[in-house]
Design a binder for this molecule. Structure first.
Ligand code: AMP
Length: 446
């Protein structure tokens, strides 16, 4: 990994023209002191038979191709299989820096392609600096932490897809599911990338099942949500077990850059480049948004009609509280819909199963709270319904970002009733535009 001694002194919002020249420095890692519980092992290297000519993407004005980034061929094969052709804006802006070893802080929501941005950085770094010697189990070279189990699972899946031809091993560690199983995965061989929620990671660390002193590159995803969920003390502890920030590369992503987040970034990153992707540039462009002015007791019958509509392939309905979400779920079930629920009071395994059924199209309707619904990476969700408007305007952007992903178009319908219409102005302020608030069409009314 390139060390940071040659990094920029400032952290401006960068433009591609301002890229400084980087020079590699001698590798130096802190000495290991901890006892190891398992035998050293070496990683297997797969044979490369694929050729970049098998994946043709024409150059396009104003677009950066993955071909132009000089990525390792094994990674390109994974990218080709996923069908990514051109970098999304955050990828185009951040990768030239992070691939050169810079720390970065990125203001970006889900839906922007930030996960691939950091995973491509991580995978490239690990492949470019292979470790030929024996390694110990439980000693990741890259660590990604994220606040929710769903998000960790999805990052883990993305990582496995991108790593498919690299020989790199990914292990995900999350609370609420079988500890032994995760332990077995850790024991099964050297691990390159660990993706984890902070609590479960600390659990494994405290039991000496995982060591963080060989972490070369660290990603903190959804830092603002970590803060909201009270995870910062755990994150601080995790980071204190990794090499010092000048010896590791750190990437931090957050949907917002509040002063608290900027202070934490300052502590955890070393002269980072700073990239900001505004919510307007996210899914909003591909999502048609409408607000129906309704009364509270009209909502359910309108919802049923929306779900039954011809254009609705799959729909996520958001409500603000768990009890509200559950009531809605039960009412929809009674009304004969095949519906799933994602909320904090549903056991993790059940949530994973529900998500899988929804992904496969076996469930058309999902009811979710903001925390559980955040970071759901499913393409092709045609509709999002805000059954109640969120109290935090950022959540509105997250919610509608569940649809209109990866270039597809989507539709978001929000209900504004006497209880929550007052929340609209702050949402409009964040979006920087007025929302189209209308009475529901006659076809949706009884
Ligand atoms: P994320 O912002 O990480 O939640 O990613 C949003 C979605 O976009 C995911 O389903 C990714 O698989 C997809 N994606 C990421 N990068 C690209 C790209 N360059 N081209 C097409 N799809 C992408």
């Amino acid at each position: 990994m390139l060390k940071k001694f040659f990094k920029k002194k400032e952290s401006p919002v960068v433009t591609p023209e301002t890229a400084p020249e980087l020079k590699p420095a001698a590798d130096s890692k802190p000495a290991k002191t901890k006892p190891k519980t398992s035998k050293p092992r070496t990683a297997k290297k797969p044979k490369i038979t694929w050729d970049i000519n098998q994946y043709v993407v024409e150059p396009k004005e104003g677009k950066k191709r993955f071909h132009d980034l000089n990525l390792p061929i094994e990674l390109m094969q994974g990218i080709a299989e996923l069908g990514y052709q051109y970098c999304s804006p955050i990828q185009a802006q951040v990768l030239p820096y992070t691939l050169d070893g810079y720390d970065a802080i990125g203001k970006a929501q889900t839906g922007t392609g930030k996960t691939a941005a950091f995973l491509i950085t991580v995978i490239t770094d690990l492949l470019r600096k292979p470790i030929e010697d024996s390694r110990y189990v439980g000693e990741p070279r890259a660590l990604v932490i994220a606040p929710t189990r769903e998000l960790v699972q999805q990052i883990g899946e993305d990582a496995k897809n991108l790593c498919k031809y690299t020989g790199l091993r990914v292990v995900t560690l999350i609370g609420g599911v079988d500890y032994e199983k995760q332990q077995k995965q850790l024991d099964a061989g050297v691990v390159d990338i660990v993706v984890a929620t902070p609590g479960r990671l600390m659990d494994f660390h405290e039991r000496n099942k995982i060591y963080l002193d060989m972490v070369e590159i660290m990603v903190i995803d959804e830092a603002d949500r970590m803060l909201d969920m009270g995870f910062i003390p755990q994150v601080k502890r995790i980071i204190s077990h990794t090499p010092k920030k000048s010896f590791r590369q750190t990437l931090l992503f957050s949907a917002t850059f509040t002063q608290d987040i900027l202070n934490l970034s300052e502590r955890w990153t070393h002269e980072p480049v700073r990239i900001e992707i505004e919510p307007d540039n996210v899914a909003a462009d591909t999502v048609e948004q409408v607000v129906y002015i309704v009364s509270a007791d009209e909502k359910f019958s309108i919802l049923k009609k929306i779900i039954a509509g011809d254009t609705v392939e799959s729909v996520i309905i958001f409500a603000n509280r768990r009890d509200e979400t559950r009531r809605l779920y039960e009412k929809l079930q009674k009304a004969g819909f095949k519906v799933g629920i994602l909320s904090g009071d549903v056991p993790q395994q059940k949530r994973s199963r529900t998500l899988e059924l929804f992904k496969q199209g076996d469930l058309k309707v999902l009811v979710a709270t903001d925390v559980a619904g955040r970071g759901i990476h499913i393409d092709g969700i045609s509709h999002v319904v805000n059954y109640t408007l969120p109290e935090d305007p950022e959540d509105y952007v997250h919610r509608i970002g569940r649809t209109g992903r990866a270039g597809a178009t989507g539709m978001s319908v929000s209900f504004a009733c006497e209880d929550d219409a007052f929340l609209l102005p702050s949402i409009e302020e964040l979006l920087g535009r007025k929302l189209n608030a209308v009475l529901p069409p006659a076809s949706l009314l009884d």
